[in-house]
Design a protein around this ligand. Structure first.
Ligand code: HEC
Ligand code: HEC
Ligand code: HEC
Ligand code: HEC
Ligand code: HEC
Ligand code: HEC
Length: 395
């Protein structure tokens, strides 16, 4: 459907509901003719009696920044889809997927506690205002849920209002049971935690952990107020930095690529004075405190983290998971769907596959929990390549 058609339907619905509200509201005087023929019911007749209950949100000067929130929201991944380009409500609508990828499925999940209450949603839609708020029920913008969330490995995510996010942004696979030596031709391309692992990484849990190693966590999870919301919804200072696509209901901290990218350091700057963007990159300029990826250069933290990921898989084909006759990844960095009969993937390889997917699909380049992230990646690399120097491993 073209956007114009959608908004016309929206307007129609709105007019109809408004009319209904006016009819129900005793303050409005509507003639019988008008009620029997809605097309003749002139709305301006009712302007004086515009229901006060609706005006706090739909009036000329609403109490809530409804239109402003929408202006940001239409720039968000929730509206536009993954990578701001492919909405998934249409096809990720079944097998439990609907509970995170559709508005209807999420509400069903909250009602029933089950991800597959019905096999699929008949008329699925992208998440919208009513997915997270219930203004027509509560009369305000309180959140639909702020209950603590139990993650797949039974760790509890309890970060106030950001619990809302954790309902969807969590791993779907328990690494400790999924990772084991596996016949190569049974390793599916979707093996791994599923894309949205941010809540797990933030807590510092959910990757495959090596039993002889101890793991710890970045300070972020203890000090950042409001967790996800605190960083992702902080509004850029001054005139939105001339875009509605950062902060607030865009939920974005970053947009664009390389020299065309823009980052929002507003929340960071409360704690890291003077923090900004590394010129020409979509990276924050906060330095790592060691050469974690062992490339001989001390870079910014996110670049060190990326260096670790690239030791496993990279575009030049030199990653540890790109070696041998039937490697897990091709030399251009795609998952290799072909594997010969009889070949086994070792536990270390399966752990590396899981952890590579976990840390790359989080997509903050470690920022959600740099300490845990670097520990996991260094251990993963060392398990495949014992010559890798882990003396810079964070404590
Ligand atoms: C607390 C805020 C709030 C109040 C009060 C409120 N609404 Fe809404 N309403 C919303 C939001 C949010 C939307 C969705 C806007 C959007 O999608 O941009 C909405 C959308 C609508 C729509 C369009 C529905 C759709 O599916 O697109 C109608 C119709 C509507 N409201 C009618 C009313 C009526 C009638 C009242 C008073 C009885 C009312 N609203 C009071 C917040 C409110
Ligand atoms: C109903 C499930 C759900 C909830 C609740 C939810 N998200 Fe999302 N979010 C998604 C899905 C699914 C995507 C991927 C876009 C898509 O496929 O539609 C996404 C995308 C995003 C993106 C953009 C990623 C990109 O590709 O650009 C950000 C940032 C984000 N969410 C942050 C948050 C934050 C912060 C919260 C809490 C305030 C939150 N989300 C709550 C399901 C959810
Ligand atoms: C627990 C919630 C949850 C469930 C269940 C879920 N997803 Fe997702 N999915 C997400 C989130 C959150 C993202 C976005 C993560 C991000 O932006 O980093 C996402 C991203 C995706 C993407 C985007 C990746 C891309 O490359 O475009 C696809 C495709 C996808 N999901 C498909 C599915 C399918 C198919 C299912 C069911 C088999 C499913 N999802 C089940 C939460 C979920
Ligand atoms: C993915 C979840 C999500 C979606 C979708 C969403 N919001 Fe929100 N909204 C939030 C969160 C989280 C907050 C901040 C609440 C807090 O800090 O406690 C918020 C706050 C608000 C506020 C401020 C309330 C206040 O009391 O100041 C308004 C207004 C609002 N949202 C409107 C909207 C509108 C309009 C839409 C649709 C265009 C929308 N929201 C969609 C999560 C969402
Ligand atoms: C300390 C600040 C901080 C906190 C807290 C935080 N994030 Fe992030 N997040 C980031 C940064 C920085 C990025 C990378 C931004 C970029 O390059 O777009 C990011 C990236 C993401 C992305 C990928 C967005 C994209 O466009 O590629 C998603 C989705 C996301 N975070 C969700 C969450 C969720 C859910 C939570 C809570 C569990 C959370 N974040 C907590 C800072 C934070
Ligand atoms: C509420 C305060 C607070 C906010 C907000 C915050 N940080 Fe931090 N950050 C800290 C503290 C405290 C540490 C731990 C410092 C140490 O160990 O020396 C830290 C550590 C870091 C590190 C080092 C790696 C690590 O996790 O230990 C980086 C990089 C970083 N922050 C970047 C950011 C960026 C980028 C943002 C915004 C997207 C941000 N921080 C938001 C307080 C904050």
């Amino acid at each position: 459907m073209k956007p114009a058609t959608v908004s016309l339907i929206g307007l129609g619905l709105f007019a109809a509901a408004l009319l209904l509200a006016m009819i129900l509201g005793s303050s409005v005087n509507v003639s019988p003719d008008a009620t029997s023929n809605p097309s003749q019911a002139s709305l301006h007749e009712g302007v004086e009696g515009f229901p006060a209950d609706c005006a706090s949100c739909h009036g000329d000067r609403p109490d809530y920044a409804l239109a402003g929130a929408r202006t940001q929201y239409v720039e968000s991944g929730h509206f536009l889809g993954f990578d701001l380009e492919t909405p998934h409500a249409y096809y990720a609508n079944g097998g439990g997927c609907q509970s995170c990828h559709t508005h209807e499925g999420f509400l069903e999940f909250l009602d029933t506690g089950q991800r597959e209450a019905t096999p699929y949603i008949e008329w699925p839609s992208q998440p919208g205002c009513f997915t997270c708020h219930e203004p027509h029920e509560t009369g305000d913008f309180s959140l639909r849920t702020t209950a603590a969330v139990s993650l797949i490995n039974d760790r509890t995510f309890d970060e106030g209002a950001s619990n809302l996010c954790a309902n969807c942004h969590q791993s779907r696979t328990d690494a400790m049971t999924a990772v084991k030596a596996t016949p190569a031709n049974q390793v599916r391309s979707y093996f791994g935690p599923h894309y949205g692992v941010q809540s797990n990484l933030y807590l510092g849990t959910g990757a495959y952990e090596f039993s002889d190693k101890a793991y710890s966590s970045s300070q972020h999870r203890f000090v950042v107020e409001e967790a996800c919301i605190g960083c992702h919804m902080a509004l850029p200072e001054g005139r939105y930095s001339l875009t509605a696509a950062l902060g607030g209901h865009s939920f974005n901290i970053g947009i664009g690529e390389a020299e065309h990218s823009q980052l929002n350091p507003t929340s960071c700057a409360n704690c890291h004075e003077g923090i900004g963007q590394l010129p020409g990159t979509r990276l924050f300029d906060s330095p790592a405190n060691d050469d974690w990826d062992n490339d001989g250069n001390l870079e910014v933290a996110q670049a060190e983290f990326r260096g670790l990921l690239e030791r496993l898989v990279n575009e030049n084909g030199s990653g540890l998971l790109q070696q041998g006759e039937a490697p897990l990844f091709t030399n251009t960095g795609e998952f290799n769907t072909r594997a010969p009969e009889g070949l086994m993937r070792t536990e270390a390889e399966m752990a590396a596959l899981f952890n590579y997917k976990f840390m790359s699909s989080d997509r903050s380049l470690g920022l959600h929990n740099m300490v845990y992230g670097v520990q996991i990646l260094q251990d993963t690399i060392a398990a495949l390549d014992p010559t890798f120097d882990t003396s810079t491993r964070p404590r």
